[in-house]
Design a binder for this molecule. Structure first.
Ligand code: ADP
Ligand code: MG
Length: 523
């Protein structure tokens, strides 16, 4: 709905390492990136606490080496996950801040703020970053801002999406849409490639592959961008693959080197040393995108001992090759899922800070038989820009691009637990297969267990044929079932996925009409 205020709906790319916000100015007929208080276009997704103050963004990142155990980053890797998740456990090893298991198995961050212990859920931490963005946006646009399109990795599951939405609401935003990051990049690409920057001038459909390698996540999307808008064919990715992992391999390498040089000392137990090493390694990694050799030097790293090593680009590439190869494998899988040969891809669009790594660019180009990558868009800004264009369109403020059609897909299969032929539990019956266009609704009939008046519906997301390998989204019971002559009853299960990619499940016993509905979100 038009709120009568130009530019009041914004787009936000809430990244693992950096967040970016943008707004479409109708008068100027273009997108502008919203600068933060320091005047920069990207804001570290980082929050810190000390005896007197709360720091968000650059202020937080700048004091990390002084106050490592109370400086929280990478929250996007925690949001919507369980504490026991093996990936959370693995990430925890290298984080200088403390995490415990909170209510509902949530990984909860423990910090000291104004002399007191505070336990904070990932949603609360993310909302602090979002609040800061809201302030900057209001300052920049000069009006109140509440409507926002928020981006999420295409490969985020239902829980991660719902938690992101909750964080946004907590920050005071009205989430008009959650959109997949590569889809947002494709919207920006669509506009960028049009004569006069007018969407409706497109005359030919283009197949576009978006390769988004950021700090925390890797996303790949195969889309058709054309006169009608953006149609997603398939998505793929890994929510734990990105620059943070490359930093970590460098950190591990340095810890080993330090051990070799100075005997059995383990820096890992010391948050300050770990924090300083991480900052130095991230910088070295960036250097290696433009030079072939660099040094990592830290005074008094541990026990008064200085640390200094040389590291080459070749070594960095060798340490991370498996990660880079994983990206290429996911591209291959996405093409297969989208039923497209790589020769049919017109443009390969790279976004995300980690696509500056020369080896990554080379491997993608080689995979596409030497095709030049499309780098015409700013890789840090494309996602937020696309989100801003959509926000403007959804809030009715944008005459020029009113009619973009946007068709996205579900990244992961959705289904329920069933028995196999032998009557063993634990098998996944897919109801909505991955890469189904959304919104979508599917109905499935089930027969309850013999002579039981209760039925448990357990909803899972993932690609394994055993539920054990998938994510449990929710479970609920139907009770007081009316049994038919053969001792069973019929249950109708409906799966609805909305435009945000969020699932709602309802189950109904046919004879009595007993009905239970759950939005996975709300449980
Ligand atoms: P996200 O969206 O996950 O927050 P970004 O797209 O902002 O991530 O990318 C941030 C990541 O990109 C960080 O891991 C950062 O170290 C990395 N990065 C930024 N510039 C470079 C560079 N020149 N070379 C290698 N990595 C880089
Ligand atoms: Mg990103």
């Amino acid at each position: 709905m038009s709120r009568g205020v130009k530019g009041a709906a914004i787009g936000i790319d809430l990244g693992t390492t950096y967040s970016v916000a943008a707004v479409w100015f109708q008068g100027k007929n273009r997108v502008e990136i919203i600068p933060n208080e320091q005047g920069n276009k990207i804001t570290p997704s980082c929050v810190a606490f000390d005896d007197t103050e709360l720091f968000v963004g650059e202020g937080a990142k700048n004091q990390i080496t002084r106050n490592p155990s109370n400086t929280v980053f990478d929250v996007k890797r925690l949001i919507g996950s369980r504490f026991g998740d093996s990936r959370v456990q693995k990430d925890m090893e290298s984080w200088p801040f403390k995490i415990i298991e909170g209510p509902a198995e949530k990984p909860t961050v423990v910090v000291e703020f104004k002399g007191e212990k505070r336990e904070l859920a990932p949603e609360a931490l993310s909302s602090m970053v979002l609040m800061k963005i809201k302030e900057s946006a209001e300052e920049f646009i000069g009006t109140k801002v509440s409507d926002a399109v928020i981006t999420v990795p295409a490969y985020f599951n239902d829980k991660q999406r719902e938690a992101t939405k909750e964080a946004s609401t907590k920050a005071g935003f009205n989430v008009i849409r959650l959109i997949n990051e590569p889809t947002a990049a494709a919207i920006a690409y669509g506009l960028d490639n049009m004569a006069d920057k007018k969407w409706y001038k497109i005359d030919k459909n283009k197949n576009v592959l978006v390769f988004d390698l950021g700090g925390g996540t890797f996303d790949v999307s195969l889309l058709t961008v054309g006169k009608k808008g953006v149609v997603v064919k398939a998505v793929g990715g890994d929510t734990h693959l990105g620059g943070e992992d490359f930093d970590k391999t460098l950190v591990d390498y340095c810890i080993d080197k330090f051990k070799k040089q100075h005997g059995e000392v383990d820096i890992r137990g010391n948050p300050r040393a770990l924090g300083r090493l991480k900052v130095a390694c991230e910088k070295a990694k960036r250097d290696l995108s433009s030079t072939t050799i660099t040094r990592i030097e830290i005074d008094c790293l541990y026990g008064g001992i200085d640390f200094s090593i040389k590291i080459s680009r070749a070594k960095f590439e060798e340490l991370n090759l498996t990660y880079f190869e994983k990206c290429i494998q996911l591209v291959e899988k996405c093409l297969i899922d989208g039923k497209m040969k790589k020769e049919m891809v017109d443009d390969v669009v790279v976004v995300g800070g980690s696509t500056r790594i020369p080896k990554v660019q080379r491997m993608v180009e080689e995979f596409f038989d030497g095709k030049k990558l499309c780098k015409s868009m700013n890789g840090d800004e494309a996602v937020a820009s696309g989100a801003a264009i959509l926000a403007s369109r959804l809030s009715g403020n944008n005459g020029k691009i009113q009619d973009i059609v946007l068709i996205d897909v579900t990244p992961l299969s959705l289904g329920i637990e069933v028995k196999n032929m032998e009557g063993e539990n634990g098998f996944m019956k897919v109801i909505i297969p991955r890469n189904t266009s959304i919104p979508t609704s599917k109905v499935e009939m089930f027969v309850s267990n013999e002579n039981s008046t209760r039925a448990k519906i357990a909803v899972y997301q993932g690609e394994s044929d055993r539920v054990k390998g998938n994510t449990l989204l929710s479970e609920f019971n139907l009770s007081g079932l009316t049994l038919g002559p053969n001792g069973t009853s019929k249950i109708k299960v409906v799966f609805d996925v909305d435009v945000n990619g969020i699932l709602c499940v309802s189950a109904e016993e046919i004879s009595t009409g007993q009905r239970k509905t759950i939005t996975i979100a709300k449980t």
